[in-house]
Design a protein around this ligand. Structure first.
Ligand SMILES: Cc1ncc(C[n+]2csc(CCOP(=O)(O)OP(=O)(O)O)c2C)c(N)n1
Length: 330
């Protein structure tokens, strides 16, 4: 996807992005239900509320480009073109999953789409994205790499190392910090010192702060960053400000002794839900009929339900596969 000369997002482009965001939300809602009902072998960290970031960024990427993700990786997986069926099957721990059911929610990956994996290590994806960017630079085919990470991950030392080397080597790297205001169950303002984007600027990396609830704003910023990377001008840092609508993990209220944010705060911030922002823009300024929006929602619902049914009816991993994959050489 190329940025248009005037950097405007066309209406059909916006419809496509809204559809992808809606699909991510439908998948997250159903995986959340599955988690609460005890159907999953592990926890899920849901991406709901941050869809505009993954979609606005990945819309500029092809299967040849790379992304690395976080422990909140379902949205990145779908935004990069991963199939809902392989996502659900993986999260349900089934043999038909993206990683044959051996990774689970925090390790969803699809190398055929350039999705190099969710990552249980906070900040772990940042280093991998730099490695992917170096490989892309060496290949010389104009590929780029994107590293997604949370605001909490900016306190990890790996970020400083990557900022430094990416600027020195002019890597085709885009670092996307998803600032959702919380680092686990701690408010980020208590655990992250200073200004996040200023850290990148201090290393000489162009840094932008963008409204991460506005897919158009993200798309526009990423258009500039991707063009810079593809033209060999080096890395860009994007801090996208958003809000995590769900818990840190879906079942957190079953063990937390005290709430770390008020219901009023969540309700207030839910008014800025990126899906609401995008659908308002489509039906208002862009004149898209409400029926088309409703149809997109229904399609997303159907795809997510199909993916869930597929996962539930799929077989578990077979022990032979576990052993042969674990011991595979080369
Ligand atoms: C290296 C490391 N330290 C601590 C943890 C435990 N942990 C898991 S998620 C998380 C919070 C991460 O916050 P942030 O990067 O802002 O991501 P968010 O959960 O807000 O998406 C922590 C501390 C971990 N998984 N890895």
């Amino acid at each position: 996807m190329q940025a248009r000369a005037n950097n405007e997002v066309g209406t059909e482009e916006l419809v496509e992005m809204f559809a992808r965001m809606t699909l991510i939300r439908a998948c997250e809602e159903k995986l959340g239900e599955d988690s609460r009902q005890g159907r999953l072998p592990g926890n899920v960290h849901l991406y709901a509320g941050q869809e505009a970031i993954a979609v606005g960024v990945c819309r500029h990427l092809s299967d040849e480009d790379f992304i690395t993700s976080t422990h909140r990786g379902h949205g990145h997986f779908i935004a990069k073109g991963g199939s809902p069926r392989s996502l659900f099957a993986e999260v349900h721990g089934k043999a038909t999953g993206a990683c044959q059911g051996l990774g689970g929610s925090m390790h969803v990956a699809d190398f055929s789409r350039g999705m190099l994996g969710a990552n249980a290590i906070v900040g772990g994806g940042i280093g991998l994205s730099a490695g992917a960017a170096l490989a892309a630079q060496n290949a010389g085919k104009g590929q780029v790499a994107v590293g997604f990470f949370g605001d909490g991950a900016t306190s990890e030392g790996i970020l400083s190392e990557v900022l430094n080397v990416a600027v020195l080597w002019k890597l085709p790297l885009i670092l996307v910090c998803e600032h959702n205001e919380y680092s686990g169950i701690s408010a980020t303002r208590y655990v992250v010192a200073g200004d996040i984007a200023a850290r990148a600027a201090a290393y000489g990396m162009p840094a932008a702060v963008v409204d991460g609830n506005d897919v158009v704003a993200v798309w526009q910023e990423m258009a500039v960053a991707a063009a810079r990377a593809r033209e060999g001008q080096g890395p860009t840092f994007i801090e996208a400000k958003s809000y995590r609508l769900k818990g840190h993990i879906e079942t957190e209220m079953s063990f937390l002794v005290k709430k770390y944010r008020t219901d009023e705060e969540v309700a207030e911030r839910a008014k800025g839900d990126p899906l609401i922002v995008a659908s308002r823009l489509l039906t208002g300024e862009r004149g898209v009929p409400q029926e088309r929006i409703d149809q997109i929602r229904q399609d997303a619902e159907d795809k997510a339900e199909d993916a869930r049914a597929f996962a539930i009816s799929s077989p578990p991993p077979v022990m032979d596969a576990v052993i042969s994959l674990a011991l595979r050489k080369g």
